[in-house]
Design a protein. Structure first.
Ligand code: ADP
Ligand code: MG
Length: 766
């Protein structure tokens, strides 16, 4: 269809003139396509006034309200004149203020703002002497500005689209611009990414008709139908993109790694020496992975499992199957602490099976080496050699594994632990280290609701471990009000009791040092952390960007900005506390040298250090079974999933765990809700759902780019679960039939748009 894409790409200034186009450009709307995809945020019903109680200071709003009163007066002190008006929804008032040099200008407003008249008012909400107010709002009065878009719609009693707008361009001007470009747009100029058969199956109208439904609805049913259609379209394009990505990798060759039959291999020897029986889930998932590895196509599997469900053993068994097949496996961890712990764990589990080349090694042994950025040059050289020569069957490491100097003799499997810290580039960089695409196993302990998994990990097959090994005593969780001295005292007394019983205690703080700037100050501190946490940062930066949440996103929270608790400060306080006399307090955070981190973890595991004050470095994967208490200070500053992870560090042995969340978040704030929810449930999947509801959609998808050309506009990953599942089914079927989408060029183009670089990042980060 020649010409049609050009039409959507037409610049707005040519069509609308620079004066109209300039403020639209400030909203990121440059082309016809941009404008048509700028969907109304909501729809006002003519005659129904906006509920003004939902209006908040600082927001740019458009409200329908009734004029109550308007008076002009001159200002003796400052000179000039002022008009003050009051509009109302019948319950709450909003005051409007206009200033002018001359009274005449204001009298024009006064003539329009007659009590009893209804209008649409738009502006940024301010507060003055406890009242909500709009200063110099833009407005249209019903019945007066009859030639105006909004007023005309009010007259016609149609739903009025309310667009995301700005001070420079009110919603009705956006509406008029939309109409200007939409009216002459012919159906064939509006390409339809969802193929006709799929549309028909789901009763969806064409893309062209859908635009009319959302932008120019005649009834409420119209825009509802239009929105559903847009959501389906988004879900479909995304799922098709994922299905295609999956198909592309699946079409690549991989070396089959079937292991060795019978009792001959290292895997068998390992199973023999395992001190516990595998859970049913571990066996089942192990079978799936074993089959994947035996096939000449690259495995692409996500293993998600509750905290403590025993993913490491599953991964190790997969690695051993590859070693048995003559290949090597790489285990990639997000932090140095976790990488060294993995090394320790694997060596411990393997015992003499990990002592290849040493005296007294088992017959079928291999070597496990560690590669991190901060190890000594000699250690690194030795590890590099072992990887390149093939002497090491298993290489454990951090981002350093991705370095250019790292070579493998025959890399057959890449295991990525705690995937949410790794982006697609890292995965691809590791893949590139093998002659043929290696098998890939991604592990995450962040439980993901099904449709989110479909949306974010749609290119991976998902295995889930739901049960935790028997014999775990579990964890009890309590919220401790930070302001109550008696409660805090009780907390530290309890810590003492646990230490006396031979147990270990974590104390987690949101900051490293009392001298650090308050990291929670930036509103997007958590997003920044997500966005950069895995993006090729050097090693050792485990917590350099603590994912600390702003004070209660969502609800207003007038708490005094007390500095957040810091590791060094808290460690000093605890060491000086009489109730903890004689207790060894250690400190762990990302700024310590690697050797020191390793040392303190070792001493904590061994019991020489009994209380470990740390940052969220211990969040993922750290496994010290003797640890029974997790105290989280300023707990409300952490995300739900993060708190769940922290809690998962205790109650791993036979002694019951205790998690104490210290917080002074006022009741009713999102922050308080997060903390309370965690205290109420230990079900990771439930928590993940609540977490999603509490966060904005963009955060869920790690998309600070929400608003960019390719972000999710309409789709809600939780609420639209059903629709996503349907779209996935259709998309998978379509891609299976026509992997190149040669019959569906519009869909292919839409996918390309989704899969621009920024998009790819989004797809691979949870
Ligand atoms: P996660 O899934 O959170 O990564 P880990 O792999 O660290 O969990 O396992 C947690 C602990 O449970 C480890 O100490 C591990 O040795 C132990 N474990 C794993 N599988 C079993 C099992 N089947 N029975 C008993 N303990 C197990
Ligand atoms: Mg783990």
């Amino acid at each position: 269809m020649p010409g049609s894409p050009r039409r959507l790409a037409d610049p707005l200034d040519r069509l609308l003139g620079p004066r109209t186009a300039a403020p639209l450009a400030k909203l990121g709307l440059h082309t016809v396509g941009d404008l048509l995809r700028h969907y109304p945020r909501r729809y006002a019903t003519p005659g129904r006034l906006t509920d003004l109680t939902s209006v908040a200071v600082g927001e740019h709003v458009t409200v329908m309200a009734e004029v109550r009163q308007a008076t002009v007066r001159t200002m003796r002190s400052r000179g000039g004149a002022m008009l003050q008006a009051r509009v109302s929804d019948g319950r709450r008032d909003l005051s409007l203020t206009f200033f002018a040099k001359r009274v005449g200008v204001l009298q024009n407003h006064e003539r329009k703002l007659v009590p009893g008249r209804v209008g649409l008012f738009t502006g940024t909400v301010g507060a003055y002497r406890g009242e909500l107010q709009l200063t110099h709002p833009d407005y249209v009065i019903v019945g007066l500005d009859a030639d105006d878009e909004a007023a005309a719609m009010v007259q016609a009693s149609r739903p009025i689209p309310i667009y995301p707008a700005s001070a420079a361009v009110p919603t009705w001007r956006i509406a008029r611009a939309v109409r200007t470009v939409l009216d002459p747009l012919l159906p064939e100029e509006m390409p339809d990414p969802v193929p006709a058969p799929v549309r028909a199956r789901h009763g969806l109208r064409s893309a062209h008709a859908t635009l009319h439904d959302v932008h120019l609805p005649v009834t409420d049913d119209d825009w509802r139908r239009g929105r559903r259609s847009l959501r389906f379209e988004e879900a479909f394009v995304l799922q098709a993109a994922l299905a295609r990505r999956r198909a592309l990798v699946a079409a690549q060759d991989a070396v089959a790694r079937p292991g060795v039959p019978g009792a001959a291999g290292i895997l068998h020897a390992f199973d023999e020496r395992l001190p516990f029986a595998l859970t049913a889930g571990q066996r089942e998932v192990g079978r799936q992975i074993s089959q994947d590895l035996a096939a000449p196509r690259p495995m692409q599997r996500l293993l998600q499992g509750e905290v403590g469900s025993g993913k490491t053993v599953v991964a190790l068994r997969a690695m051993l199957q590859v070693v048995d097949s003559g290949g090597q496996a790489a285990l990639l961890a997000p932090t140095e602490v976790l990488a060294s712990q993995h090394l320790r764990t694997l060596r411990l589990l393997l015992g003499e099976l990990a002592e290849e080349g040493m005296l007294g090694a088992a017959e079928r042994a291999t070597r496990v080496v560690l590669l991190t950025g901060s190890q000594s040059a000699a250690a690194r050289r030795e590890a590099l050699l072992a990887a390149a020569s093939g002497a090491a069957g298993i290489v454990v490491g951090t981002h350093a594994l991705l370095g250019e100097t790292v070579q493998f003799a025959d890399l057959g499997l890449v295991v990525v632990d705690e995937q949410h810290r790794f982006g697609v580039e890292q995965r691809d960089a590791l893949r590139a280290k093998a002659g043929t695409t290696p098998h890939l196993l991604v592990m995450t302990a962040t439980p993901i609701p099904r449709t989110v998994a479909m949306t974010v990990f749609g290119d991976l097959e998902v295995s889930t471990l739901t049960e935790v090994p028997a014999g775990r005593a579990g964890v009890t969780t309590h919220v401790v009000p930070a302001g109550k001295a008696a409660w805090l005292e009780r907390t530290w007394r309890r810590v003492r009791e646990e230490v006396d019983a031979g147990h270990r205690v974590y104390v987690v703080c949101p900051r490293i040092s009392a001298d650090d700037a308050d990291r929670a100050a930036g509103d997007d501190a958590d997003l920044v952390a997500e966005a950069t946490g895995g993006a090729g940062e050097p090693d050792g930066d485990d917590d350099s960007l603590l994912p600390v949440l702003p004070v209660s996103p969502g609800l207003p929270d007038d708490r005094e900005r007390r500095p957040l608790r810091a590791v060094d400060e808290v460690a000093a306080e605890l060491a000086a506390m009489p109730v903890l006399a004689g207790v060894e307090v250690g400190v762990l955070h990302g700024r310590l040298p690697a050797s020191e981190k390793e040392d303190v973890m070792n001493r904590f595991a061994a019991g020489q250090v009994q209380v470990l004050v740390s940052t969220t470095v211990v969040e993922v994967g750290v496994d010290v079974p003797a640890a029974t208490v997790m105290v989280v200070l300023d707990a409300d500053r952490f995300g739900l999933s993060q708190l769940h992870q922290l809690r998962g560090r205790v109650g791993r042995g036979s002694a019951p765990g205790l998690c104490l969340l210290v917080s002074d978040a006022p009741e009713g704030t999102d922050a308080a809700t997060r903390v309370r929810t965690l205290a109420e449930t230990t079900d990771g999947f439930r928590l993940a759902s609540v977490d999603l509801e509490l966060r904005r959609e963009g955060d869920v998808l790690g998309a600070s780019q929400s608003g960019g050309a390719s972000s999710l506009r309409m789709l809600r990953v939780v609420r639209d679960a059903e629709l996503i599942a349907q779209a996935r089914e259709d998309a998978v079927a379509l891609v299976a039939e026509d992997p190149d989408l040669s019959e569906w060029p519009v869909l292919r183009d839409a996918i390309e748009l989704w899969l621009d670089p920024q998009r790819e990042e989004f797809l691979d980060r949870s």
